[in-house]
Design a protein around this ligand. Structure first.
Ligand code: KG4
Ligand code: ZN
Length: 347
C-alpha cells in the first residue's frame, strides 16, 4: 500500500513549525499533529521581522518543535517514512536552519528527504483540508504573498497574476502603523473598519482598467498617509472616528481590488472548463471577513465553489509542508543531502 507518514518542517519566515501528516490511499489525509512556535514577541519592538533574530530563533526552536510534533502525534521517529522541509522561498537564515535540521534527521534515521516549495505548501492545502481535485484556482494573500495560481498537479502551477509591489497583508500592517494601531495590522484594522464609514474617504483601486489579474497596493499606503496628514493639519489631530473611517476606506479599497481581480482570474480559469470548478484562498489576509465574503460572492457569481481552509492551516504551518512533501514524493520527486536553501524559488 501507499501509506506515508511524513514529518514536515517549516521555518521560512517568522513561524517555526513541525507536523506529522499521514497520507493513505483512498482516505482523507490526517494531520496527526501540527506545532507552531510564533515569533511575534521577538520582533514586536522592531515593527517587522528581523531576519537575524528569526534565524537564531528557528535554529533554537526547531528541535523542540520536532520533539513536540512527534510526541503529540503519538508516533516515534521509527514510524516516519519521509522528512519534508521548506527549502524556499523565504528568509535565507530560517530556510537554512530548517534544511540543516531536516538533513540531520534524515541522515540520522536513514529516511528519504524532500525539499518543498513554501508556496506549493500553501497552494496544496485545500487538498489536505477539503480533498479538492485538480485543477483549482488559488488565491494566496498574506503578509508576504499575493498571487493567483491555477493548480494542476503537485508540481504544476500556472501563475495567472499577482501583486506588482506590496502584498495586501503588508499594506494592512503599514496602515496600522500609520494610525497607531497594534501589530499585526490586519485584525486591528478590521476591527476599526467595522466601526467606520467606508465612503468618507475614497482610496485608489489601481490597475482595474487593465485586463489582467495583477494588483498593486503600494499607492494605497501613500494615499492613506496623505489623507491622514491632511486631517491632522485641518483638525490638529486624529479623532477615533477618523481612524475608523480611514480603516473602513482602506479595507474597502483592498476588498474591491481583490474581488475585481478574482472575477477576472475566475474567467481565465473557467476557460479551461474544469468539471467542478473551485477557488481556494490561503494566507492571513483570508481571515478578513469583508474580504472573505466579497470573494465568496465573486465565486458564487461564477458558479464556483469557495474553499477557505481553517485559519491555522491558511497561515504558515508545517502540516501543509508535510502534505505537499507527500504529494511531490508520490509524484516521483526526490531530494538528497545536496538539497540547497533557495531564498528565491518561484513556482
Ligand atoms: O499568512 P500569514 O500569517 O504570514 C505570512 O505573511 O506568510 O499572514 C500574515 C498577514 C499579516 O500581514 C496580517 O496583518 C494579515 O496577514 N492579516 C490580516 C488579518 N489577519 C491577519 N489582514 C487583514 N484582515 C485580517 N483579519
Ligand atoms: Zn506563507
Amino acid at each position: 500500500n501507499n501509506d506515508l507518514t511524513v514529518l514536515g518542517l517549516e521555518s521560512s519566515c517568522d513561524d517555526t513549525a513541525a507536523a506529522v501528516v499521514r497520507v493513505s490511499d483512498g482516505q482523507p489525509p490526517q494531520i496527526l499533529s501540527s506545532v507552531v512556535f510564533g515569533q511575534n514577541d521577538l520582533h514586536a519592538d522592531f515593527g517587522g521581522v528581523v531576519p537575524e533574530i528569526a534565524a537564531r530563533a528557528h535554529a533554537e526552536k526547531l528541535d523542540y518543535c520536532v520533539r513536540d510534533a512527534l510526541q503529540a502525534s503519538g508516533t516515534a521517529l521509527s514510524d516516519i517514512d519521509l522528512i519534508a522541509v521548506t527549502a524556499g522561498p523565504g528568509l535565507i537564515g530560517g530556510v537554512l536552519s530548517g534544511v540543516m535540521c531536516a538533513k540531520g534527521i534524515a541522515a540520522g534515521a536513514d529516511l528519504p528527504l524532500i525539499g518543498v516549495n513554501h508556496l506549493a505548501g500553501h497552494a496544496l492545502t485545500p487538498r489536505l483540508t477539503d480533498q479538492l481535485t485538480y485543477p483549482y484556482l488559488m488565491l494566496l494573500v498574506s503578509g508576504g504573498h499575493c498571487q493567483f495560481l491555477i493548480v494542476h498537479s503537485p508540481t504544476g502551477f500556472t501563475r495567472v497574476g499577482g501583486t506588482i509591489d506590496d502584498a495586501p497583508g503588508e499594506a494592512f500592517d503599514k496602515t496600522a502603523r500609520l494610525l497607531g494601531l497594534s501589530q499585526p495590522g490586519g485584525p486591528s484594522v478590521e476591527v476599526r473598519a467595522k466601526l467606520g464609514d467606508p465612503k468618507r474617504f475614497r482610496f485608489p483601486r489601481p490597475l482595474l482598467d487593465r485586463d489582467d489579474c495583477d494588483l498593486s497596493f503600494s499607492g494605497l499606503k501613500t494615499a492613506l498617509l496623505r489623507t491622514r496628514d491632511t486631517i491632522i493639519t485641518e483638525q490638529g489631530g486624529l479623532r477615533q472616528q477618523d481612524v475608523n473611517d480611514l480603516c473602513a476606506g482602506f479595507q474597502a479599497a483592498v476588498t474591491d481590488t481583490l474581488a475585481a481581480k478574482t472575477r477576472r482570474a475566475l474567467r481565465k480559469y473557467l476557460q479551461k472548463a474544469p468539471q467542478s470548478p473551485a477557488i481556494a484562498v490561503a494566507g492571513g489576509v483570508a481571515a478578513n471577513q469583508a474580504i472573505r465574503s466579497a470573494l465568496e460572492t465573486a465565486a458564487a457569481e461564477h458558479d464556483t465553489a469557495f474553499v477557505a481552509p481553517p485559519l491555522a492551516l491558511c497561515t504558515d504551518n508545517a502540516a501543509m509542508i508535510a502534505y505537499a512533501g507527500a504529494e511531490v514524493f508520490s509524484a516521483g520527486e526526490r531530494s538528497d543531502m545536496t538539497l540547497a536553501a533557495r531564498p528565491r524559488w518561484p513556482l
